[in-house]
Design a protein. Sequence first.
Length: 300
Amino acid sequence: MINTKRSLVCAENLFFSYREPDISKPETDEDYVLKNINLNISEGSFVAVLGHNGSGKSTLAKLMNMILTPTKGRIYIDNIDTSDENNTNEVRRIAGMVFQNPDNQIVAAVVEEDVAFGPENLGIEPSEIRKRVDNALETVGMTDYKLHAPHKLSGGQKQRIAIAGVIAMSPKLIILDESTAMLDPSGRREVLNTIKKLNSEKKITVILITHYMNEAVLADRVIVLNKGEIYLDGTPKQVFSQFEKIKKAGLDVPQVTELMRMLGEEQKNNSLLKKYEFPTDILHTGEAADLIESLVKNRV
């Protein structure tokens, strides 16, 4: 099927280095954190970006939000060139960023004032700001906390407030840079439910940088970075079924996928399992439970 959605993020021959080039030495790939990235992300999609520490995933996120600018090549956000510093404000209106530690993004002593901070800095009319703040808090399920002090909230609630602050800027794209890393399982669920709602109901494009495989399976597309390059790119099933490649990149597959693979390996030595099939592209616990129940019911 032809993809008719337009590209919201486009990287062309993108390179980035944190070091100044040494003109006395020949250039090598080791000089770059990101190398020759060519990438298109469609408007309205939900993309997870994976990679071990140092793979370049957070660097890529910062390039999308103009915290960094390319060393070589280009990255465009909604057709706007991020290499031009004059485009910073326009790009950040389109691409909002949520960081790992919500405390680093919360600037006010009252929740609704914190959510209003971004629109106020854009010079939005007060009546419009009021509408945006109310809508953003409702979207993340935090309306009842609008007059609370942010520092008294749980980690998951703080992160949802940080997301509300981004939503109030009316972005087309939200980039979450390991935004659940510091949260407990309950907080991660809160944030992930919010992300999915934004994508499915508000049609906001989501790029989730994460090291949790069970979060990545929720996305439409998974991109794996390895040594600064795009290593794998496809649907969650396509990517996580490539077990050996995932392991080679220093990553794990989702636990339920690993279980299916182990059962498949056990088939080789266990005659009782030989009549069963254990697909290696199972990603969700519910899928695995349904499969095993079906196998048990139909066993001979």
